[in-house]
Write a protein that binds this ligand. Sequence first.
Ligand SMILES: [Mg+2]
Length: 221
Amino acid sequence: MRRLILFDVDQTLIDALEHHNEGYRRAFKEVFKVDAELTEIKFSGKIVPTIIRDLAELKGVTKETAESKLEEAIKKVEFYAKESVERGRVKVLSGVVKLLKELKEMNHVMGIITGSPKDVTLAALEKAGIKDYFEIFVFGPEGKTRAELVGLAITKTGKKFSGKEVVVIGDSIHDIDCGKPYGATTIAVTTGFHSREELMSHSPDYVFRDLTDEQIVSLLS
Ligand SMILES: [Mg+2]
């Protein structure tokens, strides 16, 4: 069966956390005049505007200020994160390159769905040396929810895939949930900030420690 395999990016394929953190730190200092770290909130699987709102609230920024400066903050987060990626390194997680090669040889269509914006994601995938494995890209700002992003990815293939032909792979409970409305196969990995128990409570089809597991290729054949 030929499949559409949609990967989450952060903590699934790569670790670019220091760059995202740098983006939020510098943007919050400039826009809201406060010291803020991304890791102070539960950010995993969330889209950028949600993270900014949550972090602003934690830092005592009023709702009015947060909303009126939201667009400016989004732009600055992305700008500084991308700049950090370009200056630094991006770590590719274990098993990723081997798995991508094998899936590509099996003629599957591979895509990216991420809550992050376009420029920083492409810069990070490029730096990690894995961008060219993917044909379909859907970025955070394209939808209001993560589930919408899956629908957009399917649309971008000309709606050639449905149900179990669609596979969503990610490290967060939101990655599992977003595949459910489409009847997609969901695969969770414990390389992020959610425990195996937490992931299991959202009933993915499979949970693996990381992408080195040989079973992943066999179940997608
Ligand atoms: Mg992730």
